[in-house]
Ligand binder design. Structure first.
Ligand SMILES: [Zn+2]
Length: 243
C-alpha cells in the first residue's frame, strides 16, 4: 500500500513537473491555444504538454482515455454505448453546468464502471478566477455529482490545465493533467484526431479528448479498436496512477 502511494505521488509529481516545464518552455500564454469552439460562451483553450510523462514510469501496455467538458446529451450517450460494446473503461471530467438534464448519463457512467472526475463548473481559467471563486466552483460540481452518484469525485482536471500550488493547498482533490493531447477541439476531423493520438501514444499515457464533438466520439472508438489490436489495455486514470 505504501509502495502504491509512493508510486502515485511520484507519478503525480512527474505530471506536475512536466506541466511546470511546459510553462517554462512555452511561457504563460504561448502554451495556450485558443479556438472558437461551439461549446460555451467563453472560448475554450487547452495547454499542450510537450512530452509523455506517465509513459516513463510503467512497463504495462496501458493507456487512459479521458473526456472533458461533458456530459453532452447526444455525444456522451453515443460514446458510452460504444465503450460498453468494447468493454472499455475511461475517465470523464464533468463540467458542472452541463450536468443538469443529463443526470441519467452520469448514473450510466457510474454503472458502466467509468471514473467520474471534476472539471469545475464553467470553463474558466482557475488561476485567474480568485481562490475563493475556484473553490466554490469546484465544490459546486463536487456536490452536483455527489447528489447523483452518492460519491464525491476525487480527481480534478482544471480547465486549460491552468493550475497553481495555492489552489492545490485549498482543494483536497488530486489534479490530473494529460500527456497526449488529441487536439480534437481544434481538428474536429475523425481521421486527423486518430492520427494525432496514434503517432504520440505510448505506454502509460493519459489521452485528452472531449465528448462534446461528434468527431471526437468516432475518433475515440477508432482509437480504442486500433490500440486494442496492438495489445493496449484501457484503464481509468485512477488505475493508471495507482497500479
Ligand atoms: Zn475543458
Amino acid at each position: 500500500m505504501r509502495k502504491k502511494r509512493w508510486q502515485m505521488e511520484r507519478r503525480i509529481s512527474l505530471l506536475m513537473a512536466v506541466l511546470a516545464l511546459d510553462g517554462l518552455l512555452l511561457g504563460t500564454t504561448a502554451g495556450i491555444i485558443r479556438y472558437g469552439g461551439t461549446y460555451g460562451t467563453a472560448s475554450p483553450a487547452h495547454r499542450i504538454m510537450p512530452v509523455s510523462a506517465a509513459s516513463q514510469t510503467t512497463e504495462d501496455k496501458v493507456v487512459a482515455l479521458t473526456f472533458d467538458d461533458g456530459p453532452h446529451e447526444t455525444y456522451t450517450l453515443e460514446l458510452l454505448n460504444g465503450l460498453k460494446k468494447r468493454d472499455v473503461k475511461v475517465t470523464f471530467f464533468l463540467m458542472g453546468q452541463n450536468i443538469s438534464g443529463n443526470e441519467e448519463l452520469v448514473l450510466r457512467m457510474q454503472k458502466d464502471g467509468h471514473l467520474i472526475g471534476n472539471h469545475s463548473y464553467r470553463h474558466i481559467q482557475l488561476t485567474k478566477a480568485g481562490e475563493d471563486n475556484v473553490c466554490d466552483a469546484v465544490e459546486q460540481t463536487e456536490k452536483i455529482i455527489e447528489n447523483i452518484t452518492g460519491c464525491r469525485p476525487k480527481y480534478l482536471r482544471p480547465p486549460y490545465g491552468d493550475w497553481n500550488e495555492n489552489l492545490e493547498c485549498r482543494l483536497d482533490l488530486t489534479t490530473v493533467f494529460w500527456s497526449v493531447d488529441s487536439l480534437d477541439w481544434k481538428l474536429q476531423n475523425t481521421k486527423q484526431i486518430v492520427n494525432q493520438v496514434e503517432k504520440k501514444v505510448g505506454n502509460g499515457d493519459i489521452i485528452l479528448m472531449h465528448d462534446i464533438f461528434p468527431e471526437s466520439i468516432t475518433a475515440a472508438l477508432e482509437i480504442v479498436d486500433h490500440l486494442k489490436a496492438k495489445g493496449y489495455q484501457f484503464v481509468t486514470v485512477e488505475e493508471l496512477l495507482i497500479d
